[in-house]
Design a protein around this ligand. Structure first.
Ligand code: NIG
Ligand code: FE
Length: 417
């Protein structure tokens, strides 16, 4: 039996509360406790409370000395594209020289470059490459990660990516949630011939989605709803087919232009609408009326060198639950350091440190349909913890780029990489 008592923390950030997305003022309460401890039995949190009380109640539990560090729920990175081949460093320079992201894509680079590359890799090669990357993400404090397909864009290559994700989930101690993103782009071979675009959407709806669902290779389906990629009407059709096949829904919405993505995510009651840097007033109002989590990805706008982050304060004030994620991918966010996203959440999105931590834990879990079991240090929740070299929780976003995470535990087991 695994019985652990986490003691001698300077602070325990419990994020404890209802097992549901937090909105408004509730996002600002991360429930930070001084002098508390956490008891873990097997893969679950057994108790959280004042250290002396927990010591008395849990004799025989093996003590884990937190060495005056800050203990938090492990981070939930609810939006990544972690399976890919090569880096795309040349595009970084091309943007610096004045080319924009969509112009690079129109010339056959961007997502298309990663598609060519992934098609040339075997499943085993993709597992090896992504395994290293996910280990690095875990070293920064992430214990649950969503991973999307979307660089295959043929039935076989999308299945290859999803099987790679399934193998990673079996091999790594991280909790991995798979998402089918066959609608990440219109593949080049379907793009420029009239009528072919429709043929790819038919392939998604009639072949790829049913096959992915039948093989239980994904929990969510996602679409890149954007000018020059999928329209809102096409995104609706693809997502409705995914829902009919039993998948839950996510949407890349209003990332670069306002194209009705947030409104569509709200209409379909999607688990999350992601990006939202170009969300309209109507989109904010639509999300405020529903349950969809707004997942903000501030590293992406910084890396693309674009002004204009998502209007996080307006979203929170409107009552929309906000989550944070890395968007880790080779084109727009090649970062494997989750705390940098917390830094950007405070510095660019103007969240408080407590709001950022709730967004990275409870609300990230809600964006993955896991809010009842993941994202809190509270009895009954999965024993997913991260320990930081800091004395005040606000230092986690403060020490910009620093490797503060000493260790993470997933389901009660240490990730020692
Ligand atoms: O979330 N926008 C679409 N997908 C990614 C970028 C993927 C890529 O450029 O390879 C994103 O930013
Ligand atoms: Fe993305």
């Amino acid at each position: 039996m695994n019985e652990l008592l986490f003691v001698n923390a300077s602070q325990v950030v419990t994020c404890a509360g209802p097992g549901a997305a937090r909105r408004g003022a509730a996002m600002a309460d991360a429930a930070v406790r001084d002098g508390w401890a956490v008891a873990v039995r097997d893969d679950t949190i057994a108790a959280v409370g004042p250290e002396e009380e927990l010591r008395r109640a849990h004799p025989g539990f093996a003590e884990v000395d937190c060495d005056r560090g800050v203990l938090t729920p492990g981070f939930v990175d609810s939006h990544t594209h972690a399976v890919f081949g090569r880096a795309r460093a040349a595009e970084h320079e091309m943007r610096a020289a004045g080319l924009d992201y969509m112009e690079i894509a129109r010339r056959g680079g961007g997502i298309h470059a990663s598609v060519r590359d992934v098609r040339a890799h075997t499943e085993a090669q993709l597992v090896a490459l992504a395994g290293e990357r996910l280990r690095a993400l875990a070293r920064s404090g992430v214990t649950t990660v969503e991973v999307k397909s979307g660089y295959g864009l043929t039935l076989d290559d999308e299945l290859k990516m999803l099987r790679a994700i399934r193998r990673l989930a079996a091999e790594l101690p991280l909790r991995i949630v798979p998402t089918f993103l066959g609608a990440h782009e219109i593949p080049l071979e379907y793009r420029d011939t009239p009528g072919r675009r429709r043929a790819y959407i038919d392939l998604l709806v009639h072949e790829m989605i049913p096959r992915v669902a039948a093989e239980r290779l994904a929990r969510f389906a996602d679409v890149f709803c954007e000018t020059h990629v999928y329209t809102a009407a096409e995104s609706r059709e693809i997502l409705l087919a995914a829902r009919a096949a039993g998948l839950d829904l996510k949407l890349h919405a209003d990332e670069l232009t306002s194209s009705g993505g947030a409104e569509l995510a709200a209409e379909l009651d999607a688990a999350s609408a992601d990006h939202l840097a170009a969300i309209s007033d109507g989109g904010i109002a639509a999300l405020a009326r529903g349950r969809t989590v707004a997942t903000l990805l501030p590293a992406t706008m910084v890396f693309l060198g674009r002004p204009g982050q998502a209007p996080a304060r307006r979203l929170i004030e409107a009552g929309v639950p906000v989550a944070l994620a890395t968007d880790f991918n080779p084109g727009t966010s090649p970062t494997l350091h989750f705390p940098t996203v917390l830094t950007l959440a405070v510095s660019q999105l103007r969240l408080s440190a407590a709001e950022a931590l709730v967004a990275a834990t409870v609300n990230g879990a809600a964006a993955l349909g896991l809010a009842g079991r993941v994202g809190q240090l509270a009895p009954g929740f999965s024993a997913d913890l991260a320990l930081f070299r800091a004395t005040d929780y606000r230092e986690v976003p403060y020490w910009f780029g620093a490797a503060l995470c000493r260790r993470a535990w997933v389901r009660g087991k240490p990730c020692d990489w």
